[in-house]
Design a binder for this molecule. Structure first.
Ligand code: FAD
Length: 267
């Protein structure tokens, strides 16, 4: 059951443009704003910002412990940031090179991480189906295509590196020109690498569906609520302070639109 009723509060950002609302929302319409934080609140877990990092964290925390009191604090609306404006490629490719992870954590751990990334693609597809999230998901894999000699050489050189990083014969398949043409005909294509571990998604649909799913699980999603400061066991917002046993900085990079400078306490 939803803990927060939906409202039609107008969004601060209401324009489909770069830096404003993602073009993906043109297809599904501007999300109605959930109410902002109503004032002082006490929870077990406060998740600062409302993108996929926060929402997936909320999802699995609730799965693990359904009675946890969780609040998501988002300045605009859940999915306003990169989570609702990305390329829609749900892939198992790691950010950066695995050899860097291997250097710090050992090869075995890096390979285990890669295997987890393979299974996480199927996990997203599974959860979306289970939660009734319609996100135009289609899992057809990922192709890297070489259309000139230099690209072909790079693909060939990359293959043994990826094999050593945990990409087995079923995870990465070499395709010559003819086998590639059986899948897709691309002018000038010479060869390709194909991996089954990738799906295409409509990111705005996925992140909005996920926000709805966590709300149904009892997570409080407060939109239009800017976090201005994180203190031990406290998230200070423009609408009041949230006291929490755990305050989690739940974003991958720097949240966009955070005006305050480093060291000011702004997330
Ligand atoms: C153009 C683009 C294309 C991409 N393509 C892909 C792709 O195809 N595949 C892929 O896997 N990844 C892709 N990525 C990366 C991926 O989208 C991000 O890594 C991911 O969405 C990060 O999610 P997040 O939850 O950490 O942060 P975000 O989704 O960015 O969420 C940050 C949130 O913080 C909020 N916020 C900011 N300041 C405050 C504040 N002070 N208080 C409260 N809230 C605040 C913002 O409104 C925003 O909603 C792409 C990214 C971009 C930008």
């Amino acid at each position: 059951m939803s803990t927060i009723p939906r409202s039609g509060t107008p969004a601060t950002s209401s324009v489909f443009a770069d830096g404003e609302i993602s073009f993906w929302y043109q297809e599904i319409g501007l999300p109605a704003r959930r109410p902002a934080l109503p004032g002082v609140l006490e929870v077990d877990v406060a998740l600062v910002v409302g993108g996929c990092t926060a929402l997936w964290t909320a999802y699995y925390l609730k799965q693990a412990q359904p009675d946890l009191r969780i609040a998501v604090l988002e300045k605009e609306f859940a999915g306003f940031g990169a989570s609702g404006r990305n390329g829609g490629r749900l892939s198992a490719e790691p950010p950066g090179r695995m050899r860097r992870y291997a250097r710090t954590h050992g090869r075995e751990a890096a390979v285990a991480l890669q295997r987890e990334m393979f299974s996480s693609v199927d996990e997203v597809v599974r959860v979306a189906a289970e939660e009734g999230i319609e996100a135009d998901i289609r899992k057809d894999g990922l192709l890297h295509v070489a259309i000139n000699a230099a690209q072909e050489r790079r693909l060939r050189e990359r293959l043994p590196v990826l094999r050593a990083e945990g990409w087995g014969e079923d995870d990465l398949v070499e395709l010559d020109r003819d086998r590639l043409a059986e899948r897709v005909r691309i002018a000038g294509a010479r060869s390709a690498l194909w991996s089954p571990h990738c799906a295409r998604i409509q990111p705005a649909k996925l992140v909005r569906g996920l926000a709805d799913a966590v709300e149904r699980m009892g997570v409080a999603v407060h939109e239009g609520t800017e976090v201005t400061e994180i203190r031990p066991r406290r998230a200070v917002t423009t609408h009041g302070t949230v006291r929490a046993t755990y305050v989690i900085r739940a974003w991958r990079g720097s949240p966009p639109g955070c005006a305050a400078t480093a060291g000011s306490g702004c997330p």
